[in-house]
Design a protein. Structure first.
Length: 273
């Protein structure tokens, strides 16, 4: 197996393409896996999306995303749980065993970050039997602290891992996304501690200056400030041998010709090792 055999293109990197278009792009560029997002899957229907990926000869490395559990209102919480149960079933139907969770920011109208974290733990516990029944693992993703208020109060890999360890390993793991965790002094130790709990590894670079919308401050591997090889080596040493997704949110990259983006992704991917 070569380095490029590990490459998966997360659909967010070519956000403006449909599932069939993104799958065709991967096939043209010799990228053997794709990470899908629920919204474009829903646009064409679950069966059609699964068929498009199969027709392109791809495997699905993950489905994004579940989560957003931080609702104190009982009806909103019930709706979030139902949506996540649907996401688990969608992941299984698409042929992936990994559902990425962006767990949620502060409870609307509240500043109690501890409450938000408790709601996340309770929701994941409720979803564990559903995940096990479908053969899908819930991947808790730590997000950079800049997103704590509105997207995810889980801000360190170690925190995500501590939460995951409260549940069975066949149901709950963690996602290592370099963009979100590269800065953490405990990162390499936490990757080693995670071991079999690592369900997905995602790479893209941290670029400066940050755009007004900080969510879009990602770049191709090699464009920014992240030292990838030690992180990739740690993930490998922990036992993770699965696909490595390139997931980039960047307006300029979204506006670029998709074939140009895919070619750059392939060219830069070895720099992560």
């Amino acid at each position: 197996m070569t380095v490029l055999d590990r490459l998966s293109l997360n659909q967010a990197t070519v956000k403006r393409l449909s599932v069939p278009e993104a799958a065709g792009l991967c096939a043209r560029h010799g990228i053997g896996a794709i990470g899908l997002w629920r919204e474009p899957v829903a646009e064409i229907g679950l069966a059609a999306a699964a068929a498009a990926v199969r027709a392109a000869g791809l495997r699905v490395s993950s489905l994004c995303r579940g989560g957003f559990f931080t609702h104190a209102d009982p009806e909103a919480r019930k709706a979030a749980i139902a949506d996540n149960k649907a996401a688990i079933a969608e992941a299984a139907a698409l042929g992936t065993d990994t559902l990425v969770l962006v767990s949620g920011g502060l409870v609307p109208g509240r500043r109690d970050i501890g409450l938000a974290r408790r709601l996340i733990a309770d929701a994941i516990g409720e979803l564990v039997p559903v995940a096990q029944a479908h053969g899908v693992r819930l991947g808790i993703e730590a997000l950079h602290p800049v997103f704590a208020a509105d997207r995810c109060v889980i801000t360190r890999l170690g925190e995500a891992l501590d939460l995951a360890l409260a549940f069975p390993a066949d149901a709950v793991g963690v996602v290592v996304d370099t963009y979100h965790v590269w800065w953490d002094a405990s990162l390499l130790a936490d990757i080693a501690r995670a071991g079999e709990r690592i369900v997905s590894y995602q790479v893209c670079d941290w670029i400066l200056p940050l755009p007004v919308d900080t969510l879009l401050g990602r770049g191709h591997v090699g464009d920014g400030h992240i030292d990838f090889p030690p992180i990739t080596a740690a993930v490998a040493a922990a036992g993770y041998t699965g696909p490595i997704e390139v997931e980039i949110f960047n307006e300029a990259i979204w506006a670029a010709p998709p074939d140009e983006t895919a070619a750059t992704v392939r060219q830069r991917f070895p720099l992560a090792f």
